[in-house]
Design a protein around this ligand. Structure first.
Ligand SMILES: [Zn+2]
Length: 756
């Protein structure tokens, strides 16, 4: 589609006075008057938009407090024609929605001729245009929805096979935009990498969108960073004016399978396409009679205030629309967690019970058993040598202390164990679910095996029961999934996904796992992701209060689809203070801080300053400690206990509800860095300040955000690095707040409160 900025034209247009009046009167955006105004604007847009000028256009609107979308079913297909912001910034879209022009039936190309059957016009929260093709009989639904009063709106396309024969559908993109801008207008693009493996030196990308700009970002559940190749992104893009107030639009994908976003600028036109990744392709997917194909849902919204403006809007929207209401109602969310990986695979009953006692003493709210507890990969029963009484008594011991109990599991992986209940790769039933045939000498690694293709209905049904059993048998409050949950690429020809082109398929071995590079990779991931979502939705309904952690080999599956089906993410697989802060800096542009877990691992802490620096690098979002805390000194115990209590009392409410601001450059470990929370409702906030390694850099000034320029604020340094003081919001947001730290690799929490 093609969104055009028409702000300046609007000022001279006949409808601009209506627009001004509507805003001056403070008209509610959902009122009848507002609807009338929007319809008049639509008529105006239809007249002034060249591509639409000669047509009498049916019209539908999607309205929430942040934008209005104008939708039409012109003769050549459905379109989003205009995206309108309350601050008189408007984007017109020229792109035609890409309806499929042909399908394959029995190997033959059959052209499609779509005609509109129905379109909704009276519901400004949910619009569906329905099209049908007579031969073959297919139905296509083009759907837009505003589920939140604020934030983006969502869009998807569904194609259903109503014919009696099998139909092969080509790629249907989720969303296309083609947006003309004013001549020479300077635009910026922000996107962020996943923290998979370890955060890169860049992580957050701010790029100029100049003439000739061409970018493609990809996401999958694998995210294998290769030297010299672009890293995977969290699938979303922010596009905005380089000049203040940095207004613009953002779009993203709510799907964990193989997806891509492309963004190009030619002259004054910016084009973007979002959807499944067509490579290595050609993509095709099977529709048996009655079956549906659904494009990954995308979201589209507008914002002002630069990247933090977009980020804070997205945080609230993810919480309110994608998030699990039960999880967010839980006052302990995000929880403080003690994880057993400090002792690695050695965990056993005695260690677990000792850690639970210590965790209770330190104030943690959950004890989390990581890898090492099971009989073998795919054999997800407690190892009787380590846990002679099983795991349920360990869970019960945590519960008796008022803590919750969480468990690591690689539930889609199979191994070589032969005991009843084990998922064995040599079992003929299981062999048919695997993405490839394994060599006779294949062996799993210590905690990684071969992923089964969840998109196979029999595998889905088996694993749904298995996940339910693991939750029930072990009295779980939290289930963490690791390994590669979702397959991509598969050699099987009898699975629901498209068969591969055998002449180009390749099998690659990595860490106990054989994965397939083939032209069907995107379709395999499409089916497997739907199965993963289905199983988690079912577990949520059957186990109210259960929390899901998405680890997936440490930050490889951080996306908006998982955000809609699980509760928090392991955001990287590297756990030193700098990596934790870098991953948090990047990921917090996209997802709510409460969902972003930092695992804090053992790190050299010769003094208390360093110890607090290590803890606080993981205390900005979800805090999980991955150190054997029973080895801490009494002083470290006391320091951690105070830090955890402070987190629960003063920091967690801000992580849940406050606006977040990136008030420094991305952390490099050498210079200072910081993040600021500000909650306008509580009139409270906090600045996390970190000093890097430079010897003579004792002071740093952080320019704060989100405050009222005319109000006064009290600044309180938690560690006493400076006396309390008050300052005007204008000063703090122009000149900034100076922080003094005497030692490298130290930190401070500066609490900010509106002065009475
Ligand atoms: Zn398969």
């Amino acid at each position: 589609m093609n969104l055009k900025r028409v702000r300046d034209h609007r000022r001279a247009s006949p409808t601009s006075s209506a627009s001004n009046s509507a805003m001056m009167l403070g008209v509610a955006r959902t009122s009848a008057l507002w609807l009338k105004y929007c319809l008049s604007l639509f008529a105006w847009a239809a007249c002034t938009t060249g591509a639409l000028a000669t047509t009498t256009l049916p019209q539908s609107l999607i309205i929430n407090s942040d934008q209005t979308l104008f939708l039409t079913d012109a003769p050549n297909g459905p379109r989003l024609t205009l995206l309108d912001r309350p601050d008189r910034l408007h984007f017109t879209n020229y792109a035609i929605e890409n309806l499929p022009t042909a399908v394959k039936i029995n190997g033959r190309d059959v052209s499609l001729h779509w005609h509109v059957i129905s379109r909704s016009t009276d519901n400004t929260k949910h619009v569906v245009f329905v099209y049908e093709s007579a031969t073959p009989h297919l139905r296509l639904s083009w759907e837009w929805q505003a589920r939140g009063d604020h934030g983006p709106v969502e869009h998807c396309i569904t194609v259903q096979n109503l014919s009696g024969e099998e139909v092969w559908l080509p790629m249907v993109d989720s969303l296309r935009l083609q947006i003309p801008y004013e001549s020479g207008q300077k635009l910026r693009h922000l996107y962020v990498e996943k923290g998979a493996d370890t955060p890169s030196a860049t992580g957050t990308h701010f790029e100029d969108i100049s003439d000739g700009y061409s970018w493609t970002g990809k996401s999958s559940t694998y995210a294998f960073p290769q030297p010299g190749e672009a890293r995977e992104i969290i699938p979303a893009e922010f596009v905005f004016d380089a000049e203040a107030p940095q207004s613009g639009w953002y779009a993203g994908i709510e799907f964990s399978g193989r997806t891509r976003i492309s963004l190009h600028r030619t002259g004054n036109t910016v084009e973007t396409v979002l959807g499944l990744n067509p490579e290595p392709g050609p993509f095709r997917t099977r529709l048996a009679p009655g079956e549906k194909f659904e494009t990954p849902t995308v979201f589209l919204g507008t914002f002002t205030g630069g990247p933090d403006g977009a980020a804070n809007q997205l945080h609230t929207w993810v919480r309110n629309v994608l998030g699990n209401p039960g999880t967010w109602r839980d006052p302990q969310y995000p929880l403080t967690v003690n994880n057993s990986w400090g002792g690695g695979m050695q965990v056993n009953e005695a260690i677990a019970l000792r850690m639970i006692a210590d965790a209770k003493q330190l104030g943690f709210e959950m004890f989390h058993v990581d890898a090492g507890w099971f009989r073998g990969v795919g054999d997800w029963y407690a190892n009787p040598r380590k846990f002679p009484h099983g795991l349920a008594p360990i869970a019960d011991a945590a519960h008796k202390q008022g803590m919750r109990f969480g468990l690591w599991v690689d539930w889609t992986q199979a191994g070589l164990d032969t005991q009843p209940g084990a998922l064995n790769v040599r079992d003929p039933k299981v062999r048919d679910w695997l993405v490839t045939d394994l060599a006779p000498d294949w062996k799993p690694e210590e905690f990684k095996g071969e992923t089964v293709d969840l998109g196979v209905p029999a595998a889905h049904d088996y694993l749904e029961k298995e996940v339910d059993r693991i939750i029930t048998d072990n009295h779980l409050d939290m289930l963490e999934h690791d390994g590669y949950l979702v397959a991509q690429g598969c050699i099987r020809r009898d699975h629901p996904h498209a068969p591969p082109n055998q002449s180009t398929q390749k099998v690659i071995h990595d860490s106990g796992f054989d994965f397939v590079m083939a032209d069907n990779a995107t379709d395999v991931s499409y089916h497997a992701v739907r199965a993963y979502y289905d199983i988690y939705a079912k577990m949520r309904s059957e186990h109210p209060g259960l929390i899901f952690e998405v680890c997936n080999d440490g930050g490889r599956m951080v996306d908006f689809g998982s955000a809609a089906h699980a509760d928090y993410f392991s955001i990287t697989d590297t756990y030193d203070p700098l990596s934790n802060r870098r991953a948090f800096y990047d990921t917090s542009y996209m997802l709510p801080p409460a969902m972003l877990e930092s695992y804090v691992e053992k790190w050299p802490t010769p003094n208390t300053d360093n110890f607090l620096y290590m803890l606080r690098s993981g205390l900005m979002g979800w805090f999980t400690i991955m150190i054997d805390t029973t080895a801490w000194t009494p002083e470290q115990h006391e320091t951690a206990k105070i830090a955890i209590a402070l987190y629960k009392e003063r920091i967690r409410p801000l992580i849940r509800d406050a606006q977040l601001y990136h008030v420094s450059m991305r952390p490099d470990g050498v210079h200072w860095d910081g993040m600021q929370y500000w909650d306008p409702a509580r009139k409270q906030g906090v600045l996390f300040a970190f000093r890097g390694t430079i010897d003579n850099e004792d002071n740093h000034t952080f320019v704060l955000s989100g405050l009222d320029t005319t109000k006064r604020y009290r600044l309180h340094c938690n560690d006493g690095s400076a006396p309390d003081r008050t300052a005007e919001g204008g000063e703090l947001m122009m000149r900034g707040a100076r922080v003094h730290l005497a030692n490298p690799l130290s930190s401070e929490l500066v609490f900010i409160e509106e002065a009475k």
